[in-house]
Unconditional design. Sequence first.
Length: 228
Amino acid sequence: MSRQELQYPASYIHAETERILSFRTHYQAASTMNPWESCALQTAQYQYPDEQEQGSRGASNMTTWRKPTAAADPVMYPGLYCPSGFDMMSILLRVAGRPNPKVQLGAIDCSVALLLCDLEQPDTPIVYASEPFSLLTGYSNKEVMGKNCRFLQAPGGKVSRKSVRKHVDKTTVKSMRRAVEANDEVQLEVLNFRKDGTPFVNILTMIPVHWDSQHYRYSVGFQVARED
């Protein structure tokens, strides 16, 4: 089909323009939002290290954060249409923009398997799981919500909080626990099990991140199956 055949009549273009403007005005003028929309907007307030502060204080002392300028399109809010209030982009941006990283992750994108755990809730439950995580482990998003990540340490996913680990050495378990308690970054290898019971060596990276304050609220766990 030629380019000329794709030309739309002026009346159609005018109508579409009016529709878009009306749609945008509706959202700009709205005084209230659904609860999950409000939550999503709050969690989507990305923060990045302040480059000016970094230059004046030096990289080792840089702790201040800044909020980005408003988006050019006021209708587009990152994370707005993710009912959980989380999305891959918001998580990855916070990890990439964290000050003073101890673990070098390299390039990461939306193909990475990750879990987001709430550090303020008892037993740090999972509150978000990416689709690549489900593809890696066989567990669906619904199956892992509210669980502690330790369920991956045994076939069938039945691992209590203080139980003796039969498949993971004590040193590894202690290293993970200490990292969570100290809000520290850590990268290690741990034996995990998929939903079907097959084992794999998980190259696990745990990164605590700020969210709506200067306190660490969540821990991001990146999973990569080691290829032997």
